[in-house]
Ligand binder design. Structure first.
Ligand code: CUA
Length: 165
């Protein structure tokens, strides 16, 4: 009986291991770390918050030792916001205040998720993956603006952040 259970558990480990090894997660987006600053989605002029023509809000950011770009992010209150981020040197991550906006940022991969911020105000956004000696000092701020104020500021279609360029 005991040998049978051990054999069953062993077989389960082998089968699930092979299954996951042969079927990677369905949506993995990769990016070339060497050119991330130079071309494509994550060039500096494209970082920050963008309001698309379809009304969708996207925040693009980069993590590097030891800062986030942009340092301060603006998002609207009560609207879904899609984050797209990557890292250039080491594994970083962030969490926004006490919300469930939380991800790791891994060089070579694009992390993306959608979150909604129900309350206007300012939140801290620390790096939550140990990334080196400056890890404790690595953080950004997130300003959640009332919807009308956000829409008024984003009217020009430019990338927004709360730090002057
Ligand atoms: Cu970046 Cu810790």
């Amino acid at each position: 009986m005991v040998l049978g259970i051990i054999a069953l558990l062993g077989a389960m480990m082998v089968v699930t291991g092979l299954h996951w090894a042969s079927m990677p997660p369905s949506r993995v987006e990769t990016i070339d770390v060497k050119t991330v600053h130079l071309k494509g989605e994550f060039v500096e002029s494209n970082l920050g918050t963008a309001l698309g023509p379809d009304g969708k809000v996207t925040v693009r950011l980069i993590a590097q030792q030891y800062s986030f770009v942009p340092q301060c992010i603006v998002v609207p209150e009560g609207m879904p916001v899609t984050f797209r981020g990557t890292a250039t040197d080491a594994i970083h991550g962030f969490v926004v205040g006490k919300t469930n906006a939380n991800t790791m940022l891994v060089p070579g991969f694009v992390a993306t998720f959608t979150a909604t911020f129900p309350k206007a105000g300012e939140q801290l956004m620390p790096c939550h993956e140990y990334c080196g000696t400056g890890h404790e000092a690595m953080w950004a701020r997130v300003q959640v603006l009332p919807r009308d104020e956000f829409l008024a500021r984003s009217r020009g279609g430019e990338r927004m952040s709360c730090v002057p360029r």
